[in-house]
Design a protein around this ligand. Structure first.
Ligand SMILES: NC(=O)c1ccc[n+]([C@@H]2O[C@H](COP(=O)([O-])OP(=O)(O)OC[C@H]3O[C@@H](n4cnc5c(N)ncnc54)[C@H](OP(=O)(O)O)[C@@H]3O)[C@@H](O)[C@H]2O)c1
Length: 334
């Protein structure tokens, strides 16, 4: 079937998307960004992936979040994104904020994992080829490597920016106790950390409890929240069992045993609170993250344009009453 030529919606910046300044930097990011961890791999339907990407950009989502090993197969989400660049997005390159990462298992042997200079630099070279772009807007060290001197990892990030292959750098999943050193090393080498990317949702509040989010705010570093819907738990997806095409049914990242009767009962009650706010549960979960301006952008994953449209509505309703906040906290207390 012949593919139609894509032209971005002319109203893409007037559709209600909000842009939030990323820490103390010149960059603004959309309150909602699109993550390509799932649904963009070689096992997925390319036309659907392309439709999701179009839907995102048409609605003001400028930030697309990738990593070297997103797929499956590893690398295939970047390859499919490269195809979308060719098919649709090339002429909009300067309107896009494209991010990728290296830090987890990617290729065999000692140089395809963790945080060495060799791994980070060669992985980014591979990512650029797969995505068919000359530079990424931001490159992340995907996780802290306890066996590599932190200076080596950070200097590789600095040098990546100096080489022109990334405009900014960020870190993900780093422990709180490494943040002071990391932020000050990068700043003193004229390459301040733009973003910390961490898991944050109504159920998992580790980044708040550990002080990570506060450290970012205090240091002028932006914060992007991954798995903001707890991989789909904070939506209506699992209210009545496990649908055949859902993430829980399809892969091992969201295990069926987390879905206890007790959790389903809590999700149903959250769904009720959302309905009373005239929101879907997914929109409320995202609004909750955006409520106090500490989170720069929430990185959602979606398996359809319809899910994305439902999630974007979160941006229009980010105030919560004290009663709503305590009802949510009470429900999610472990
Ligand atoms: N830095 C890191 O270590 C790290 C780790 C994980 C993720 N990330 C980034 O964060 C992004 C998002 O993570 P995530 O995919 O776990 O995010 P998520 O937004 O918490 O979960 C996405 C899943 O929720 C379901 N969903 C989304 N919107 C829905 C709606 N409106 N109604 C019903 N179900 C809905 C879909 O599941 P179904 O597939 O069942 O439809 C979707 O695949 C990733 O793509 C990646 O870019 C980074």
């Amino acid at each position: 079937m012949e593919q139609s030529v894509y032209a971005a919606a002319e109203c893409r910046y007037e559709n209600g998307m909000k842009y939030v300044r990323c820490g103390r930097s010149g960059i603004e990011l959309p309150a909602i960004s699109l993550g390509l961890w799932h649904n963009f791999g070689s096992i997925d339907n390319y036309d659907n992936a392309r439709k999701i990407a179009h839907c995102a950009f048409d609605n003001g989502i400028t930030c697309f979040d990738l990593a070297n090993n997103y797929g499956p197969e590893y690398g295939s989400a970047e390859e499919n994104f490269g195809r979308i660049m060719d098919d649709s997005f090339r002429k909009y390159r300067d309107e896009l904020f494209i991010t990728t990462k290296a830090g987890y298992d990617m290729w065999p042997g000692p140089y395809g994992n963790w945080g060495s200079r060799k791994y980070l630099i060669s992985s980014l070279d591979q990512s650029l080829k797969r995505m068919k772009i000359e530079y990424v807007d931001l490159f992340y060290s995907h996780r802290y490597d306890p066996s590599t001197p932190l200076e080596e990892t950070l200097q590789a990030l600095v040098d990546i920016v100096r080489s022109g292959k990334a405009l900014y750098i960020g870190i993900s999943n780093y422990p709180q106790e490494k943040l002071d050193f990391t932020f000050s090393y990068l700043k003193s080498h004229d390459t301040p950390c733009l973003i910390y990317q961490g898991r944050y949702n109504m159920i998992d509040r580790h980044v708040v409890e550990s002080g990570i989010l506060n450290s970012c705010v205090d240091s002028g570093v932006g914060f992007t929240a991954f798995s903001p819907l707890a991989q789909g738990l904070l939506t209506d997806r699992y209210l009545n069992g496990v649908p055949a095409q859902s993430r829980m049914a399809r892969n091992c990242f969201l295990k069926k045993d987390v879905l206890t009767e007790e959790l389903v009962d809590r999700i149903k009650k959250l769904n009720q609170i959302a309905a009373e706010r005239s929101q879907t549960l997914s929109a409320m979960a995202l609004s909750w993250l955006l409520k106090d301006g500490l989170v720069t952008s929430v990185l959602v994953g979606v398996s359809s344009p319809e899910q994305l449209m439902a999630n974007i509505k979160a941006v229009g309703n980010t105030s919560f009453s004290m009663e709503e906040l305590s009802a949510i906290d009470e429900l999610l207390k472990s």
